[in-house]
Design a protein around this ligand. Structure first.
Ligand code: PLP
Length: 462
C-alpha cells in the first residue's frame, strides 16, 4: 500500500472549492456533486490499496473524472434522438412528433394553473372533456366525444361500458395483435365482455354475424381495423356499412376500433386502405375509437367519438377515472385539433402530415444540403440514394414510401460500428442499415439537426 498516494487524494471539501465543482454545484446541487466526488475518490483509494494505481495522483484528472461522472449521472435518460430510420411513426422513438403549437400548449398548462375543470362562464366546476368536445364534433361529424389515456384504454372502456357480461361479436379475421401486447381477445376478456368469434380467418359473411346474435345478450358488434397485416387471396369481409345495417336492424351498437384514424382521405397522403374517422361516422358506426398519436399526429391519447347516449354512459363508468386523460395531453390535443380546422395549416404544422406530403425534390435538396456539410470531413464518404421509408412499424400500416437517403461510409468503421457509434452520440442518431449501407433517411430528419450529425461524424475517432 502506498501511503503517500493515499495522502495525495484531496479531501472532498477541498475539491468542492475548485471552480469546476462550484459550477457543477450551481447546476446540479451539492448532494450530487459530493456523491460523485466521493465515488471517484473512494475508487482511487481502493485502487491504491489493491496496488492497481501506479501513477501519482493528478488533481486535474481527478476533477475531470468527477465531472464526467456527474455528466453521466445527470444526463436525462428520456431525451431527444435524431430519427434517420425513415419510419415516420416509430413506436420505439415516441411515435408522433408534436407540432410547435401543441408542444407550447402542453408547456403552458404544465407551468400554470388552468381551466382544466373550471368553467369560466359560470365560475363553477367544468368538465375536462369540454376542451376538445366541440372540436371533435366539428371535425368528425359525431354527436359526442371523450378522450382517455390511450386507444387500448379506449377499447377497454367502450367494451366494458357497452358489453360487460354480454357478448361482443367479432370476425375471426380481426382478432389481431397490434403490438405492445395489445391483443383484441385479451382486451375483451379484461373488459368483462364475452367474445363471440364468427367466420373464419379469411372469410366472414353477414350471415355469420346474424346467426350469432342473441337479443337478450349481445352487447355490441365490433369491427377492428387490421392495419398491420393483410389477408389476400380467397377472402371475404363484412364492410362497416353492412355491419352498421345489421346493428341498426337489431338495435345493437356497432363499435369500430380504427386504431390509426385520421380526418382526411388517406389516399391524399399516399396511404392505402386507411379508413378515416368522419367517413366511418357517416357510414354508420355508433362508436369509433382511435389513437391521438398515430396518423392524427397529436399526443398519446385514446379518442372515442360517436352516439351521445353511449358516450354519456362511458363518462359515468368508474373505470374512466383509472384511465383518465392528463391535462398536458388535453392541451396538446386541443392545439392539434385546432390546426385541423384549416387544412393548409395542418399540413404545414403537424410534422406527420408534413412528412407524408414532402416531395422527392425537396428530399433531394435536403440530402444535398446535408452532404455538403460532410464534404470537408476526410474520414467520411457519402452518397445520395433513393430508398423506401415507412409510415410506421408494428401498430401502423407497413406501407413503404419512396424516400431519399444519404448513405455514409466512415473510414475504419464497419456499418455496424458506425451505427453503434452514432447511437451513442450526445444526441443519439438512429439510422438504418440496408444491404451493407448505413443510411440516414431525409424524410424523418429535420434540417436543424444536420449540424449535430455532422459534428458527431467529425468526432467519430474519439
Ligand atoms: C394502435 C392500435 C390500438 C392501440 O392504440 P394505443 O394508442 O397504442 O393504445 C388499438 N387498436 C388498433 C386497431 C390499433 O391500431
Amino acid at each position: 500500500m502506498d501511503k503517500d498516494s493515499l495522502r495525495a487524494i484531496p479531501k472532498i471539501d477541498e475539491l468542492l472549492k475548485e471552480p469546476q465543482m462550484i459550477m457543477a454545484i450551481e447546476q446540479h446541487g451539492k448532494t450530487v456533486v459530493v456523491d460523485c466526488a466521493r465515488s471517484v475518490t473512494d475508487r482511487k483509494r481502493q485502487q491504491i490499496i489493491l496496488g492497481n494505481h501506479k501513477e501519482p495522483i493528478n488533481r486535474n484528472q481527478l476533477i475531470q473524472e468527477i465531472e464526467a461522472l456527474i455528466k453521466n449521472k445527470m444526463q436525462r435518460h428520456l431525451r431527444p434522438v435524431i430519427n434517420g430510420t425513415g419510419i415516420i411513426l416509430h413506436t420505439n422513438l415516441g411515435r408522433a412528433v408534436l407540432s410547435e403549437s401543441a408542444a407550447q400548449a402542453a408547456y403552458d398548462v404544465a407551468r400554470n394553473y388552468s381551466t382544466l375543470e373550471y368553467n369560466i362562464a359560470t365560475g363553477e366546476r367544468g368538465s375536462r372533456y369540454s376542451h376538445v368536445d366541440s372540436l371533435l364534433k366539428e371535425l368528425c361529424g359525431c354527436e359526442s366525444a371523450m378522450v382517455v389515456n390511450n386507444n387500448a384504454a379506449a377499447v377497454l372502456l367502450v367494451l366494458n361500458t357497452l358489453a360487460k357480461h354480454q357478448q361482443v361479436i367479432v370476425s375471426r379475421g380481426e382478432l389481431v395483435e397490434i403490438g405492445g401486447a395489445f391483443r383484441v381477445p385479451e382486451v375483451m376478456e379484461q373488459s368483462g365482455a364475452i367474445l363471440v368469434e364468427v367466420g373464419s380467418t379469411n372469410k366472414t359473411k353477414k350471415s355469420d354475424y346474424e346467426n350469432a346474435l342473441s337479443y337478450e345478450n349481445t352487447g355490441a358488434l365490433l369491427k377492428v381495423h387490421t392495419s398491420n397485416y393483410k389477408i389476400i387471396g380467397f377472402t371475404e369481409e363484412v364492410t362497416l356499412q353492412e355491419l352498421a345495417e345489421i346493428g341498426k336492424n337489431h338495435d345493437i351498437p356497432v363499435v369500430y376500433d380504427l386504431g390509426s384514424g385520421g380526418f382526411f382521405k388517406a389516399e391524399e397522403y399516399h396511404l392505402k386502405d386507411e379508413p378515416n374517422v368522419p367517413e366511418s361516422i357517416q357510414t354508420g358506426a355508433d362508436i369509433i375509437c382511435f389513437s391521438g398519436d398515430k396518423l392524427l399526429g397529436g399526443p398519446q391519447a385514446g379518442i372515442i367519438v360517436g352516439k351521445k347516449k353511449y358516450i354519456d354512459a362511458m363518462k359515468k363508468n368508474p373505470l374512466t377515472r383509472a384511465i383518465r386523460v392528463d391535462k398536458m395531453t388535453l392541451a396538446a390535443l386541443e392545439a392539434t385539433l385546432m390546426l385541423y380546422l384549416d387544412r393548409d395549416k395542418a399540413e404545414k404544422e403537424i410534422p406527420i402530415l408534413a412528412n407524408l406530403l414532402v416531395t422527392k425534390e425537396s428530399l433531394f435538396k435536403k440530402a444535398e444540403q446535408f452532404a455538403a456539410l460532410l464534404k470537408n470531413n476526410a474520414m467520411i464518404a457519402c452518397e445520395i440514394i433513393e430508398d423506401f421509408g415507412q409510415v410506421g412499424g408494428g401498430s401502423m400500416p407497413n406501407q413503404m414510401i419512396p424516400s431519399v437517403c444519404v448513405s455514409i461510409k466512415a473510414k475504419g468503421f464497419s456499418e455496424n460500428a458506425l451505427d453503434r457509434k452514432l447511437n451513442n452520440a450526445e444526441t443519439p442518431i438512429i439510422g438504418r442499415i440496408h444491404k451493407d449501407l448505413y443510411l440516414l433517411d431525409m424524410r424523418t430528419i429535420e434540417s436543424k439537426d444536420f449540424e449535430t450529425i455532422a459534428m458527431a461524424l467529425a468526432n467519430l475517432a474519439e
